[in-house]
Design a protein around this ligand. Structure first.
Ligand SMILES: Cc1ncc(COP(=O)(O)O)c(C=O)c1O
Length: 399
């Protein structure tokens, strides 16, 4: 869509630009937008004014946003908003250094992205080719597979198992000769997690059978995990040249709109990745907020508790109503609603609740619902109850 400057300003004045007419991503949430349309194509369906007021449970965002301390840091950092982010205080290098030191690594083991989405896309560009493809899962976070297809790399999407978990055995088997294996742990949208030992085993075995294959372990939801068997794969990334871990500030830290993520790996691997990232891809305000947020253990614990409580409330509702939900290790639930997600989504939308998009091949049976505040989830559950009564069950079987 081409928009003249005057038309753009007029649309800002009448609210269209923010309500989805021109910038649908702003109205719908980046995660839902990327999932449905890719980076730049398509138009959002019908968010309109209702979407602005709706309770948004469709993008795995943090309903509270950045902490008070992060907001204060942003205000202070405004003094440097006129400088490039390597000249600001704090600067890009300060955050890289902080993350590296928290893992007892050197600064060149950390690369930043405008969200971890940039890291995932650049990893596909750096490590796959027409002859060395991508191994991913189905369903999982879609962007690596989409980018691989866009660049002409073969994609092998291994179906999750019956419990919604990544089928690690089949992913290991598929990885021989691959350029990149994408392991989303916890997995979006199924909310399942693999123990640290299982990820170590995957890395050990792929390294043996396919030593040139790079393994990208996406830990976007790391901060929410409650399963004690889980462990971060950062030590694996530090130990092995073909392992990378990505993290984001978008989820527990509430910074989805500020766009900051990072990758950890050995310096050579990070250098191969960074050839594809944009220069100055982390802005000074995001850096300032992130510096404060990653160190704020009290806030992290508080946010994790808040999420766990609202997650349990929502999961209990579905389970007690006879619907199966996986044991979520993230800020969303994956529930078998026994009917097409579209029907349920539309019924909820009419009552001001936005829930997740279709996740083929489960679109006939499953819905992903992000976790908001307790107050939002109480209101949402009342709507879910009525939407489930209003929409009939499907006779079609979705996987
Ligand atoms: C598993 C996973 N990885 C990466 C991302 C990208 O997030 P961001 O670019 O905001 O860091 C998302 C977004 O929801 C996600 O679910």
């Amino acid at each position: 869509m081409s928009v003249s400057r005057r038309g753009f300003i007029r649309s800002l004045a009448d609210g269209r630009a923010l309500s989805g007419g021109i910038f649908p991503a702003a109205a719908r949430g980046h995660e839902a937008w990327v999932g449905e349309h890719g980076r730049s194509g398509g138009q959002a369906a019908t968010p309109g004014d209702r979407a602005r007021d709706a309770i948004r449970l469709n993008s795995n965002e943090n309903p509270l946003g950045p902490s008070a301390a992060a907001r204060a840091a942003i205000e202070k950092a405004f003094a440097y908003a006129g400088r490039y982010p390597m000249n600001a205080k704090p600067a890009i290098a300060d955050f890289r250094f902080l993350i590296a030191s928290r893992h007892q690594l050197k600064i060149d083991s950390v690369s930043l992205g405008a969200g971890s989405g940039e890291i995932l896309e650049c990893a596909v560009q750096a490590f796959t080719s027409g002859s060395r493809g991508l191994v991913s899962a189905s369903p999982t976070f879609e962007s690596p597979a989409r980018i691989a297809r866009q660049f002409g790399a073969p994609v092998n999407e291994v179906p999750v198992d019956a419990g919604g978990k990544l089928d690690l055995e089949r992913m290991i088997a598929a990885s021989a000769g691959a350029g990149l294996v994408f392991v989303c742990n916890p997995n979006n949208p199924t909310a399942t997690v693999h123990p640290g030992a299982a990820i170590t085993d995957l890395v050990t075995r792929i390294r043996k059978t396919s030593p040139d294959t790079v393994i990208l372990i996406d830990e976007a939801y790391h901060d929410y995990v409650t399963d004690p068997s889980y462990a971060t794969a950062v030590p694996l990334a530090a130990a092995h040249p073909n392992v990378l871990v990505s993290r984001t500030m978008s989820k527990l830290h509430g910074m989805a709109g500020l766009r900051l993520g990072y990758a950890v790996g050995q310096p050579d691997t990070i250098a191969r990745l960074s050839r594809w990232t944009m220069p100055y891809n982390a802005n000074a305000l995001a850096i300032a907020a992130a510096m404060v947020s990653v160190e704020d253990e009290e806030q992290i614990a508080r946010e994790k508790r808040r999420n766990t409580e609202a997650l349990k409330f929502t999961t209990d509702f579905f389970r007690s109503a006879g619907f199966h939900a996986t044991d979520s290790q993230a800020n969303f639930i994956w529930v078998d609603i026994k009917r097409p997600a579209k029907n349920f989504r539309e019924a909820c939308d009419k009552q001001g609740i936005l829930v997740g998009r279709d996740f083929p091949p489960f679109e006939k049976t499953h819905c992903r619902i992000s976790v908001g505040t307790m107050d939002e989830m109480r209101r949402a559950v009342a709507v879910f109850r009525s939407a489930l009564a209003l929409t009939t069950t499907s006779t079609q079987s979705g996987r």
